[in-house]
Design a protein around this ligand. Structure first.
Ligand SMILES: *Cc1c(COP(=O)(O)O)cnc(C)c1O
Length: 367
């Protein structure tokens, strides 16, 4: 009986095991365990990779969003426009700073925020837009930035799923006023624990974020703001530095495998991911749409193939956000997709035999 997981982190670890263990040993021997030289070096590596001036390591991707919004001065009485088709954290942080999330529907091809609908929600309370490059697919950043600049809105890219994605030849994360990453283990650049980062070209914003992550203090024990305890661990930083060197290679392997799936599944009624020449999609997740998704997933499971639903409940329909008053059918594309989309296994170490078996199994389902 086959047993193909959605993602195989142990297989990836085997490819870098010796390097990682040596790096960990070195940090343990050095004795600087918080905000040491490896965090600084990793921040410099990420800033160079994305092509921005500042990169600031924090405890996780959710804190990255939270500190960026707080540093941008978003708070009580403000509205922030975002997508409901994302992981909960994207909206959660808007609520945490005391602002209100305003959800607009998604584009049915890219699953990203529909820019035309952003315009209809902008009013005098609107302060920011958070586009999410969902599943690794770049959002329409040119249109978003044009609209934001017209209305002086802060644009925070949630790039948790898109480290290495490109839009018109530019790295995702360098296009908004700031962007955030998550190093949760399952992300394309994932650590061996939690971690996150904020990138920006804005000197003042970067400075505020650096102060916020250490309890609002600068220098130490002198507090000018109410901040957070949100630091990236030295151990995570040293392991992530190694993994960053392999990221492009791993992303390219994912892209090749996604192309194989796209072609092999073209003759089924499944809808495969949208791929545009002017974007580099890095397939954090390989998402299909099926009419009878739940039966399909049940069938795959019986045949030893893992799959997952991203995301079963759009955020405007989450219990905690029901008081915002969105009616059933108010964001129809998100609601429709939440009943149709699912992910099948995709990772750099996934071998051709396994992919052939997955494709054959999907085809057999339709017979
Ligand atoms: C994973 C993720 C986050 C949160 O990151 P954590 O590191 O788990 O806190 C935020 N937004 C999106 C889109 C994510 O996928």
């Amino acid at each position: 009986m086959k047993n193909i997981p959605l993602l195989d982190l142990k297989a990836q670890y085997q490819t870098i095991r010796e390097e990682v263990r040596q790096a960990v040993d070195q940090v343990l021997d050095n004795g600087a365990y918080i905000m040491g030289p490896e965090v600084k070096a990793f921040e410099a590596d990420v800033a160079a990779y994305i092509g921005v001036k500042h990169a600031i390591g924090v405890a996780n991707g959710t804190d990255a969003l939270l500190l960026a919004l707080d540093a941008a001065g978003i708070g009580e009485g403000d509205e922030v426009i975002t997508t409901p088709f994302t992981f909960f954290a994207t909206a959660e942080v808007i609520s945490q700073v005391g602002a209100t999330p305003v959800f607009v529907d998604i584009d049915e091809k890219t699953y990203n925020i529909d820019v035309a609908q952003i315009r209809t929600k902008i009013n005098e309370k609107t302060k920011a837009i958070i586009p999410v490059h969902i599943f690794g697919q770049p959002a329409n950043m040119d249109e978003i930035m044009t609209l934001a600049n017209e209305h002086q809105l802060f644009v925070l890219e949630d790039a948790a799923q898109a480290m290495g994605s490109e839009y018109k030849g530019r790295k995702i994360g360098s296009l908004g006023h700031a962007a955030t990453y998550s190093f949760f283990p399952t992300k394309n650049l994932g650590g061996y624990g939690d971690g996150g980062m904020i990138v920006t070209n804005d000197d003042e914003l970067a400075q505020r974020i650096r102060i916020l992550r250490v309890h609002g203090s600068s220098p130490k024990y002198y507090h000018s703001m109410i901040g957070y305890n949100s630091r990236l661990d030295e151990l995570q930083a040293t392991m992530l530095r190694i993994k960053l060197r392999f990221l492009d290679q791993w992303n390219d392997a994912r892209r090749d495998k996604a192309t194989f799936y796209n072609e092999a599944l073209a003759n089924t009624s499944l809808i495969t991911p949208f791929a545009d020449d002017d974007r580099k999609h890095i397939y954090h997740l390989y998402i299909l749409q099926a009419e009878n998704r739940d039966e399909m997933m049940h069938y795959l499971k019986e045949k030893g193939i893992a799959s997952g639903v991203y995301y079963p409940v759009p955020l405007h329909q989450q219990n905690v956000y029901l008081p915002l008053g969105y009616q059933e059918g108010s964001l129809p594309v998100s609601e429709y997709m939440s009943k149709r989309t699912f992910a099948i296994p995709l990772y750099a170490e996934l071998d051709q035999d396994a992919m052939n078996y997955i494709v054959e199994t999907i085809q057999a389902f339709y017979k």
